[in-house]
Design a protein around this ligand. Structure first.
Ligand SMILES: [Zn+2]
Length: 275
């Protein structure tokens, strides 16, 4: 019996159908009952890689110096600052990025006269108005003190301090004439009257200095209101860091009702005066 496409043919008809069966078997093909297997297409041939060596231009690697950390604007107290000679003083200002120019029109009483040409400690110190020279001249050492105070003020949101002046000749303090010339005479003092903040608002010593108490020690006073609190902080922060020798504010006398007088070298032997 010959099986073909699942059927059977008896021997009697074998010969008759032999050639047909052969053809039929070829036509039926093999049986398949399993799952259909899908053969994935062959992957494309790998790209031809050019393995010839490529000429590499050598790159000159220049070592990068780490950025110097910002100048600290600190480290000198009033005694240290006053002891700086002109070369040392100018080196400190250069270190701190404080720019200045020599003041050729300065009074002879100023040992190393300069004018600031940019911010000191992030704060501009100005003597507003026209024809203010030489009231805008300071000794180099006073610029160091201003830079330290400026850094404190900058942290507290101040961008500018307006002063009645730095240099002032003679012995006069307001209506009072002293035996000794004031430190203004040496370019070592400031009369600071206005503080300009980041939002362009301005604190005025004359009108915003509202405090109570503190008769013995100004920095023990209680400020009345936010503006007074800021002004008291501006006044006491440099005292705490001993940046200047003398601190006189409105609590001291009527002559100082509208400004803070800070100086280097004043105040007699001890050099400290705060009120
Ligand atoms: Zn003064």
């Amino acid at each position: 019996m010959v099986r073909w496409c699942g059927g059977a043919v008896k021997g009697g008809t074998r010969r008759v159908l032999a050639s047909f069966a052969t053809l039929a078997l070829a036509a039926c093909g093999p049986r398949s009952y399993g799952p259909r297997v899908v053969v994935p297409p062959a992957p494309p041939p790998p790209p031809v890689v050019d393995v010839r060596p490529v000429a590499v231009t050598p790159v000159l690697v220049v070592p990068v110096e780490p950025e110097p950390s910002p100048a600290p604007f600190t480290g000198y107290d009033a005694d240290d600052i006053l002891a700086l000679d002109p070369d040392e003083c100018r080196a400190v200002l250069a270190d701190w990025g404080v720019t200045w120019e020599t003041a050729d029109d300065a009074p002879e009483t100023i040992e190393d006269p300069i004018r600031l040409t940019g911010p000191a400690g992030g704060v501009r110190f100005r003597v507003p108005g026209e024809d203010v020279a030489p009231h805008d001249v300071i000794d180099c050492r006073f610029a160091v003190a201003l830079a330290e105070w400026g850094a404190q003020l900058h942290e507290r949101g101040v961008v500018e301090v307006d002063a009645f002046g730095f240099w002032r000749g003679g012995h006069r303090v307001g209506s009072h004439v002293r035996d000794e010339p004031t430190q203004h005479n040496y370019g070592l003092a400031i009369d600071a009257a206005y503080f300009v903040l980041e939002d362009d608002s301005k604190l005025v010593v004359l009108s915003d200095w509202e405090i109570s108490g503190g008769e013995d020690w100004t920095c023990d006073a209680t400020p009345e209101g936010d503006a007074a609190a800021l002004l008291l902080d501006f006044f006491c922060a440099p005292a705490e860091a001993s940046i200047f020798h003398v601190y006189i504010g409105p609590a001291h006398d009527a002559e100082h009702h509208n400004h803070f007088h800070f100086d280097l070298g004043g105040g007699g032997e001890g050099g400290w005066f705060l009120n």
